[in-house]
Write a protein of this length. Structure first.
Length: 183
């Protein structure tokens, strides 16, 4: 159909690409065994190409770098708007946690920059709700209890009513919350 011969033993197809965007269909995310290949003149140019690819179709998701220079790896990692940066591993297996130690998942969040609510690998812990009953364990700062606005010049000068003049009820948790029998 495409006019190319593919050996029966081939596991992937790799296409050399020159540009990024709508005119280059293989520059977008591909859920197949066809890969895009870019060459760049130096790692800085490679970083710029990577940013182009991320901005075109993968903000927040994942990327992979294969390198030995730790400074290059760190700069590459810190500058990219993604939440999973995989180093010297396979993208598919690394992003899902099999070779990297990130939480195992087949659903990868792209965070706020990618339009999702989380940048985590989505796990069972994201799918259930936990109700929390939270008691005060630290008193609020005096300014939070003083009347008026926090923009009040008197408050900014520290002329607040002392905390001791306010009555606050001390609540204690019920006994069953403190020591629930096990088993």
């Amino acid at each position: 159909m495409a006019g190319i011969q593919v050996p029966a033993t081939a596991r992937i197809l790799v296409a050399r690409l020159e540009k990024v965007g709508r005119d280059e269909l293989l520059s977008a995310e591909k859920l197949t065994t066809v890969l895009g290949w870019y060459e760049a003149d130096g790692w800085e140019a490679g970083c710029e190409r990577c940013i182009e690819l991320i901005n075109y179709g993968g903000r927040g998701h994942s990327l992979v770098i294969h390198a030995q220079d730790q400074d290059v790896i760190m700069r590459f990692g810190l500058e990219k708007p993604v939440f999973r940066i995989l180093v010297n591993t396979m993208g598919t297996l690394g992003a899902t946690g099999m070779t990297t130690g990130v939480m195992p998942s087949m659903t990868l969040g792209s965070g706020g920059i990618g339009g999702a609510i989380t940048g985590d690998n989505i796990t069972v812990h994201h799918l259930y709700n936990v109700k929390r009953l939270a008691y005060e364990i630290q008193p609020p700062p005096a300014a939070a209890l003083a009347p008026g606005s926090t923009d009040d010049p008197a408050q900014l000068r520290g002329e607040c009513t002392p905390r001791s003049t306010y009555r606050r009820r001390q609540l204690t948790p019920p006994q069953w919350l403190i020591s629930a029998p096990l088993g």
